[in-house]
Design a protein around this ligand. Structure first.
Ligand SMILES: [Zn+2]
Length: 330
């Protein structure tokens, strides 16, 4: 048997695991799409440990699993300070602070907690800008940019170790008198309006590409998937090797034609695959929770059989159903 990712010939014994088209962390579906005897156990394990985990635990869509109840908040694991996501509070007196998500055992839900940081107030205003401890500028920069370094409550510190934060400030030439400890009103929680900035790096793009490749494999056989025209994509997904053309990217466009660009959209995952307009490349779109979509070039200048590969499905995490999409003729 030959694995569609590493292309190694192995006995069936090494194909004991089932590869899920959509990682199980994003929902389990009735009549789920799985690949049997196509992906070897080594590749399956590698994907679980390196790609699926990154998408689940440390991506914007990964966070949406809790909102859409695909995942129990108790199972939330914070990537804490080294997360791909930068989350800032966007309302109230904590506006501008950097936070991370953490599950609170006492309250049984995910709360946000401030990262270690210092906020400086702009003179004669109520604008406070926050800097993570590692990014605190020196005194001259702050003075030149109109920050108030003298008024006692102009500087706000969030740190687990208050004394070393004070020492750090002092090493930057910033010395001030404190006016007690700042206590934000209420428990910071995820329902506060937050601004999320995420880094969509190669690992996340490879995971999206794997979902697309799995999907194509589900509807076609191993022989079709083994065509050398897919080798570049295999190497990108399995080994992170980037070709000289954009193999995967992000589009803010919705996949479903009827969906609004903003506001509420149907909640579910969508995958589509088809020939590109040039009829030479195979292109897929993947959207988790129907927010933005990943566009993946599964093969460029495909030299194999030009069969009908057009497919599209909607995966509903709420009722575990998978629906085939009807497409309008172009
Ligand atoms: Zn393999």
């Amino acid at each position: 048997m030959k694995c569609i990712y590493c292309l190694e010939d192995k006995p069936q014994l090494f194909f004991s695991k089932v590869e899920h088209v959509i990682p199980q962390s994003f929902g389990v579906f009735r009549n789920n799409f799985t690949l049997v005897h196509m992906v070897c156990d080594d590749c399956n394990q590698y994907f679980g440990d390196n790609l699926d985990i990154a998408l689940a635990r440390d991506s914007f869509e990964g966070g949406l699993r809790f909102l859409h109840k695909v995942k129990d908040p108790k199972k939330f694991r914070s990537s804490g300070k080294k997360s791909r996501l930068i989350i800032k509070v966007d309302q109230g007196e904590m506006k501008g602070t950097y936070v991370y998500r953490e599950f609170s055992k006492d309250q049984g839900r995910i709360l946000i907690k401030p990262l270690p940081q210092v906020g400086f107030l702009k003179k004669a205003s109520d604008i406070r800008n926050y800097f993570l401890l590692k990014d605190i500028p020196d005194k001259t920069f702050l003075e030149e940019n109109g920050y108030d370094l003298t008024t006692s409550d102009a500087i706000r510190i969030f740190a687990e170790d208050y004394d070393s934060a004070m020492q750090l400030l002092s090493s930057k030439g910033i010395k001030f008198r404190t006016n007690g400890v700042f206590e934000p009103k209420g428990t910071p929680e995820l329902s506060w309006m937050c601004k999320v900035e995420g880094v969509i790096d190669t690992t996340i793009l490879r995971t999206a590409a794997k979902i697309a490749f799995n999907y194509l494999a589900y509807w076609n056989n191993t022989a079709f998937m083994l065509h050398p025209s897919f080798d570049i994509t295999r190497r990108f997904i399995r080994g992170g090797e980037k070709p000289d053309y954009p193999i995967a990217g992000v589009s803010p466009k919705t996949i479903l034609g009827s969906e609004p660009e903003e506001r509420k959209r149907a909640v579910g995952h969508i995958i589509t695959v088809n020939w590109a307009a040039d009829k030479e490349s195979i292109v897929a779109q993947v959207s988790l929770f129907n927010c933005f979509s990943y566009v993946v070039c599964l093969a460029k200048e495909f030299k194999g059989e030009h069969r009908n590969i057009r497919k599209g499905h909607f995966f509903s995490p709420h009722n575990q159903m998978i629906f085939e999409l009807g497409a309008k003729e172009r």
